[in-house]
Design a protein around this ligand. Structure first.
Ligand SMILES: [Zn+2]
Length: 154
């Protein structure tokens, strides 16, 4: 029988920078986040559903949306998980420190869930329905990491 070699691909120090357009609605969302630490969604004129982040068309109504609305900044945990097993973070190529929380947040005034990290300072408080708020980066660049994570508020 022929011996098979395992193929291992390591990212090492090689970087593969890339850019992509976030569009009109994504640009508005990230500019507000970066410049004003505000969370904006968009409201459907037909069914009144508020989407965060904003998008162009309401799926159920197939209606174009143009009304940006501020939501949050607080909200509640819709669902979450706590990661306890270390793995290589594809964003950094380094081992991701564990444990960490990750969940879906429903901002006050929004109808959709927004994914992000959840702080585990007091893990017993991380529950479905727990009130949370975003912790903004001090140096914001117009990316999703302008929010460092969400923390539970009492
Ligand atoms: Zn709609």
């Amino acid at each position: 029988m022929e011996k098979k070699d395992l193929l291992i691909i390591e990212s090492g120090d090689i970087t593969q920078p890339f850019n992509y357009a976030v569009g009109l609605h994504g640009s508005k969302f990230f500019q507000e986040l970066r410049d004003k630490k505000r969370i904006v969604g968009i409201k459907c004129p037909k069914c009144q559903k508020v989407y965060v982040p904003p998008r162009r068309v309401c799926g159920p109504c197939f209606t174009e949306m143009k009304e940006f609305v501020e939501v949050g900044p607080q909200g509640e945990i819709g669902t979450f998980t706590i990661l306890r097993y270390a793995f290589i973070d594809p964003e950094t190529g380094q081992q991701k420190p564990v444990p960490y929380g990750y969940g879906f947040i429903k901002f006050d005034g929004a109808d959709t869930l927004f994914q992000h990290f959840i702080d585990l300072e007091d893990e017993s408080k991380v529950k479905i329905g727990a009130r949370v708020e975003p912790v903004f980066s001090t140096e914001r660049k117009g990316t999703i990491r302008d929010i460092e994570y969400f923390r539970v508020v009492n």
